[in-house]
Design a protein around this ligand. Structure first.
Ligand code: PHE
Length: 381
């Protein structure tokens, strides 16, 4: 009896110790520790993987050049598996256990939206490289991004459809599971109609669906001039294939969510002569970008960086630029410094953070030719 009692006391003591150990904050005084959460696996694994490659390259270059006041910058990465619950969990861990000064992430807007609530509650700066849904930074004063937002991107593609492709009518095929897709579909619709165009059909699918033929058949029957599909690359590849297989010949258009090596891997020839808006063109001649592309290819087996890699790279340097200007490395001072970011020259253009904590940048339109996205046009804000 007594022995049992002692045993349970010991058990409670050990359990308490391990809880204390788990929730104890890391001491990072000998380094600068940033957090990164991203989709390294799951539905949109390309997003996290590319972003991480860009961030890692930037971090190596930054540390090789001396780091921050003699301290090395480390980036603690967690995989959120492309899942909202995991985005919340990983950011909680980064902030409360790893004790990072700021977090970089996510790509997919639905995940950034969830994580932003956590960052706001914990008063920790979060910098999204590439989430374009306007609501992300509306979460509050600690949430920033270095890319344009979807009202602009919708306008870019609506104008492009009207002016370059002479489209008077359009169909929209949206992914109702993604905040990004729903938002961008709405903004495209508004802009296309404002320019005098007509939306003949606005229909939907859900991420991870694999048979799109019913909706595509309906779209085909309406005979629109163009079809706007603001989805993510994996679904879009399949949609393009099935559209061509049922005889849809019209131009397919999309947004930055199309950007991935896997787009053409999945969609193949069905994607030839399709167009999408993006943050950067892989065949750019802009000097900062050309230098980045060369060092990226050297590090990653001659792989051409996509927009997520470019934005991940820029996000790291924008973050360090803010930390350098900050009064201290406290989360609040870093937040204040991020808000003051002005004319920061990166691979994806100049970043100035505006009053809404967004960056105002130009977009490019890419066309898929011979299995590769190529520069087609630049659209200024
Ligand atoms: N903008 C997309 C979103 O908000 C993510 C994305 C950015 C995808 C850049 C590809 C390239 O969900």
């Amino acid at each position: 009896m007594k022995k049992n009692l002692i045993r349970s006391y010991v058990a409670i003591f050990v359990a308490t110790l391990s809880v204390v150990a788990c929730t104890k904050k890391e001491d990072n005084s000998n380094k600068i520790l940033l957090g990164e959460y991203g989709s390294m696996t799951g539905e949109v694994a390309n997003f996290g993987q590319s972003t991480h490659k860009g961030i890692t390259l930037a971090q190596e270059q930054y540390n090789a050049a001396g780091g921050f006041n003699g301290k090395q910058v480390e980036v603690k990465l967690y995989d959120d598996q492309s899942k909202p619950e995991e985005a919340a969990n990983t950011v909680t861990k980064l902030i409360t256990q790893d004790n990072v000064v700021a977090v970089i992430g996510e790509v997919a807007s639905s995940l950034s939206l969830v994580a932003a609530d956590v960052a706001m509650r914990n008063k920790t700066p979060m910098l999204s490289p590439s989430s374009t849904n306007p609501d992300v930074t509306k979460k509050g004063e600690y949430i920033f991004r270095i890319c344009f937002i979807d009202p602009f991107q919708g306008e870019v593609m609506a104008k492009f459809a009207g002016q370059n492709l002479h489209a008077k009518t359009a169909a929209i095929f949206r992914d109702v599971k993604q905040d990004y897709s729903v938002g961008l579909a709405d903004f495209f619709k508004k802009a296309f109609e404002a320019h005098g165009g007509k939306i003949l059909i606005d229909t939907a699918y859900q991420s991870k669906d694999s048979d799109f033929k019913a909706q595509l058949t309906e779209i085909k029957a309406k005979n629109p001039d163009v079809i706007f599909i603001p989805g993510y690359y994996n679904d879009v590849g399949l949609i393009a294939q099935q559209a061509r297989s049922i005889g849809i010949k019209q131009p397919l258009l999309g947004g930055d969510g199309w950007d991935s090596q896997d787009l053409v891997k999945v969609g193949g020839a069905a994607l030839e002569n399709t167009y999408f808006s993006d943050h950067y063109a892989p065949d750019t001649t802009e000097p900062t970008a050309v230098k980045f592309i060369a060092s990226y290819k050297a590090k990653y087996g001659n792989e051409t960086p996509d927009a997520m890699a470019a934005l991940g790279y820029d996000a790291f340097f924008v973050m360090m630029d803010a930390i350098k200007r900050a009064k201290s490395v406290s989360r609040e001072d870093i937040k204040n410094a991020l808000a003051q970011t002005k004319d920061f020259q990166g691979v994806t253009g100049k970043t100035t953070i505006n009053a809404e904590r967004n960056a105002v940048k130009s977009a490019v339109v890419l066309v898929v030719k011979d299995g590769k996205p190529k520069y087609f046009a630049t659209v200024e804000p």
